[in-house]
Each structure stands twice: as structure tokens, then as C-alpha cells.
Design a binder for this molecule. Structure first.
Ligand SMILES: [Zn+2]
Length: 268
């Protein structure tokens, strides 16, 4: 599993988790919704230098496998205005060119600006990366894939019938699966749930633990309303159904894609 960092302190927490547990790896980066954290730190240059140091140390120690989440999010400008998001996306791409880690990218409702900033820099970003939690159009997806990027699919990427059509069109060797836990769960109102309910063979549908209200949490249950890593099986079931392959086949392909991109331990 890849634990994503969203600002300097969260990234350093993600690295700590990766140091403590062999199945976890980390990303380091500042999410567009946290772009003001850099701005308000009082010393943006120092903040970014510390971010780069953390990423480089983790890269050398094997805990950090991608640089991100970085990118832009015009759906949530209340967290950080567009000009600040852009400024620090560009500043972090400068860092990424030196780090030579794959990118973990966040792009929401900003596809044109995102592509305009990213694509001219690609000669200096040969490891490419993943555009995660993808909710764009088929054309936006194909543009990213044509430049060598992979597409990360979670519950948010499977909300509408249009979303499902996009997933059908992603080449299998460019698909990665994620939950984005604690966010982006598959909900009963989503097109993905309708698809799961239409599947005739019960073994295609994963059996998740019972979800209990957080006040009534018991070990072995899930917390109601919170996406959790085990829900990756739901995402896999939906994507396998869309691709008309078995969940096992899909998982083999996605694992191979993940090992190739992030250098996870193949033997696990
Ligand atoms: Zn994101």
C-alpha cells in the first residue's frame, strides 16, 4: 500500500508509517488543497527545501516511492486559490525533476491548465507517474496515457455512467487501483453499485466486513461512512466487470503495473 502525503507534516507521518511497517510505502508532497500551508509557513523556500530533503532521504532508504500528491484542484478553490495552487505545483515539479521519483498527481476540474503546465516538462520527468482519483473525460484520459501516465481508479472514478465508460477505455497496462481511504468510498447511489448488483455470479462481488457507527466500532468491523483499504476489493470488482476479465486477472495486471511504477517488492 502507498500512504500519500498531503503536506510536510503529513508526508513525514506517511514516511514514519512506511518505516514501521513492511507492507507500507509513502509518498511525499503538498496537495493542492494544502498549497496555502506552504504560503503561510512564513518561509516557503525553506518549507520546500525540507520537503525535498524528506523525499530524498525516503527515496534513498526505500520508504518513499512517489512524489505527490501534487497538482491542482479547481473544484476546491476555497482551500487555496488557483494562482497559489499553480505556483506551488510548478515549484514542486522543479523539485520532482531533481528527485527522479514517479509523480503522484491530483487533477480535478483543471485539465487544460494541468496539461499546459505538466506536458512541456515531461522530457525532464522520465518516470512519469499516476494521475490518481481520475474523474476526467475519455479525451483527457487518452492524452495522459499517450504521454505515458497511468490512471488511478477509486470509488470517485466510478460514480456515473460516463465515469464507467472512461474506465472501459483505459488500456489495462495503464490502470492502477486505489481507495483514497478515508475518502472516495463506493456509495449505494453510484453507477458502480448498480453494476455490482447486476453481476450474476456472487463470487464476483467482494464481501466486506460489517460497517458499524464509529461509537460502536469493534475490531474486525469497518467504520460506517469511512472508506478503508479493504474496500479496494470493491474497486477491483467494478473495474474487472467493466473490462470483462476476472478479478484475479485484473489484480495480476495491476500488481505488475504497480511494481513497475513504484518498485514495490515483487515477492510480496
Ligand atoms: Zn487526490
Amino acid at each position: 500500500m502507498l500512504v500519500t502525503g498531503s503536506n510536510l507534516s503529513e508526508s513525514s507521518n506517511a514516511v514514519l508509517l512506511a518505516e514501521q511497517r513492511r507492507l507500507l510505502y509513502a509518498t511525499v508532497g503538498v496537495h493542492p488543497c494544502h498549497a496555502l500551508d506552504i504560503h503561510k509557513s512564513g518561509n516557503p523556500e525553506n518549507y520546500l527545501t525540507n520537503l525535498e530533503k524528506l523525499a530524498l532521504k525516503g527515496k534513498n532508504e526505500g520508504t518513499v516511492r512517489a512524489f505527490g500528491e501534487i497538482g491542482m484542484d479547481y473544484a476546491r478553490l476555497h482551500y487555496a486559490p488557483a494562482d497559489i495552487q499553480k505556483k506551488y505545483f510548478i515549484a514542486q515539479l522543479d523539485i520532482a525533476e531533481r528527485l527522479e521519483l514517479p509523480l503522484f498527481l491530483h487533477s480535478r476540474d483543471c485539465a487544460d491548465d494541468f496539461a499546459d503546465i505538466l506536458i512541456p516538462r515531461l522530457p525532464k520527468l522520465p518516470r512519469r507517474g499516476v494521475v490518481h482519483s481520475f474523474t476526467g473525460t475519455v479525451d483527457e484520459m487518452l492524452l495522459l496515457v499517450s504521454h505515458g501516465f497511468s490512471i488511478g481508479i477509486n470509488g470517485c472514478s466510478l460514480k456515473t455512467e460516463e465515469n464507467l465508460e472512461v474506465v472501459k477505455a483505459i488500456p489495462l497496462d495503464k490502470i492502477l487501483l486505489e481507495t483514497d481511504a478515508p475518502w472516495c468510498e463506493i456509495r449505494p447511489t453510484h453507477a458502480s453499485t448498480k453494476l455490482l448488483r447486476s453481476l450474476t455470479s456472487p463470487e464476483m462481488i467482494p464481501d466486506l466486513p460489517t460497517a458499524l457507527k464509529k461509537e460502536k466500532f469493534r475490531k474486525g468491523s469497518m467504520v460506517k461512512g469511512r472508506c478503508e483499504p479493504c474496500a479496494i476489493s470493491m474497486v477491483a470488482a467494478v473495474v474487472a466487470a467493466l473490462k470483462s476479465i476476472s478479478v484475479g486477472e485484473l489484480c495480476d495486471i495491476v500488481w505488475k503495473n504497480s511494481v513497475e511504477m513504484f518498485g514495490f517488492d515483487e515477492h510480496l
